[in-house]
Design a protein around this ligand. Structure first.
Ligand SMILES: [Zn+2]
Length: 416
């Protein structure tokens, strides 16, 4: 049972009137409260004959008919508060259209007022969405809907007209084999786009996204990525004018993998190599004194792993070689690796040769996926905040929000 306020409650009525800040022709006409549900119900209405601007052309029209609606508003003393109103439709003679007018306090089709939206967004910026839903006593799918609306709006407003250089990387979306691929503007460190999967089609979707935003693919000049054939194939097909830089951290990881491969095979006959795995993989500068000593003595023995390790050190040197000598240096390295008689290093040489151009492109572009390391941390944080996120779209929206927080809030500040 909802109980109307008695006449003595005029003061209460005044309080609500002030809080609602209604504009003509809207008036607060009734207040009821529901002690069982701990809820306030505010009824607002307009007087017969009131005029409303047509949403298309602004011509003032009478209400043609009206539809009852309700919105959840900010709580009042911990009680939920609902606004009820008949929302008129105008029958504009000029446009010859019947249209529902938009109300100042809510987005079209929303069940919440704008003030409630803002409250929910503040909570969701600070805590996991399901925690915010509990706090607000709403189902989390409704909170996600609010979240999507505002994140989408902010992402739509990102200006892409000066985007030239992109880094691409995939990251796991949950344990197992689900991935999302991130497209990051290297110069502003903004995530421009994220999409499910890590295949060639992710590039097609990125291109579609750019086109929707009025950006032609030729505007993108440089892309940095790993040597995944799907990324390379996707770039060649959808961004044929782009220069590819292969991320040097991925290059070094492949070198490390090859060294480890040599060690694993050799270790079967060489007890000296037991427990030496990380000595060969880590940067020498990061080893403890005793580890460095062990490595020194192993290096001096005539081991295949030691030879592979020297090839690795030589590859590290590539990145500090003066630009003009880089291609000569890499060619030398390749012929050394080919003659090494170490299977994994010879295979590696083949891969490096195939990707030579993109590896050397680094000397022009200086691009790496280094910044994605930091962004990956934010993705993991997003997963925690989106706990129980139900689907990958929710996770992607949370990634946009978390990783682009500064950019998005700067946009919001410009608007207000
Ligand atoms: Zn009109």
């Amino acid at each position: 049972m909802w109980t109307p306020l008695s006449k003595q409650d005029n003061l209460m009525n005044d309080v609500f009137k002030i809080m609602l800040d209604l504009e003509e022709p809207w008036k607060l006409v009734d207040i009821e409260h529901d002690p069982q549900e701990e809820a306030w119900h505010l009824f607002i209405d307009f007087e017969r004959g009131a005029l409303f601007p047509c949403p298309h052309c602004g011509t003032l029209c009478k209400a043609y008919d009206a539809e009852k609606k309700q919105w959840r508003h900010l709580d009042v003393w911990k009680w939920k508060t609902y606004i009820h109103a008949r929302v008129p439709r105008t029958d504009c003679k000029k446009c010859n259209k019947i249209t529902m007018i938009s109300v100042k306090w809510s987005r079209p089709l929303s069940h919440f007022t704008l003030d409630f939206d803002a409250w929910a967004m503040r909570l969701m910026a600070e805590m996991p969405v399901n925690a915010a839903a509990r706090e607000l006593r709403e189902h989390d799918t409704r909170m996600w809907r609010i979240f999507h609306h505002y994140v989408e709006q902010a992402m739509n407003e990102l200006d892409l007209t000066s985007v030239r250089r992109i880094a691409i990387d995939e990251t796991s979306s949950r344990r197992g084999h689900r991935y999302i691929t991130l497209f990051v503007d290297v110069d502003t460190k903004t995530i421009l786009f994220a999409t499910e999967g890590k295949g060639k089609d992710t590039l097609a979707r990125f291109k579609q996204h750019l086109l929707r935003k009025g950006v032609e693919p030729v505007q993108i000049q440089e892309i940095c990525c790993d040597m995944s054939p799907s990324f390379i194939g996707g770039i060649k097909e959808h961004f044929p004018t782009v220069e590819i830089t292969f991320d040097k951290f991925h290059v070094m990881k492949m070198v490390n993998d090859a060294v480890d491969e040599v060690r694993k095979t050799e270790q079967k006959e060489e007890p000296r190599l037991k427990r030496s795995k990380f000595l060969w993989l880590k940067n020498e500068a990061h080893l403890k004194a005793e580890q460095r000593e062990t490595l020194q003595s192993l290096k001096d023995q005539n081991l295949k792993t030691g030879r592979a390790y020297r090839l690795k050190l030589a590859m590290q040197e590539l990145w500090i070689t003066p630009h003009v000598f880089a291609d000569v240096y890499l060619r030398e390295w390749l012929s050394w690796a080919r003659r090494s008689q170490l299977e994994p290093m010879m295979d590696l040489a083949k891969t490096v040769k195939q990707h030579e151009e993109g590896i050397l492109r680094w000397f022009h572009s200086r691009m790496t996926n280094g910044l994605l390391e930091g962004i990956n941390g934010l993705v993991q944080a997003s997963k925690r905040k989106a706990r129980g996120y139900r689907n990958v779209h929710n996770l992607i929206a949370m990634v946009y929000m978390t990783a682009n927080k500064n950019r998005l809030s700067a946009l919001a500040a410009q608007r207000s």
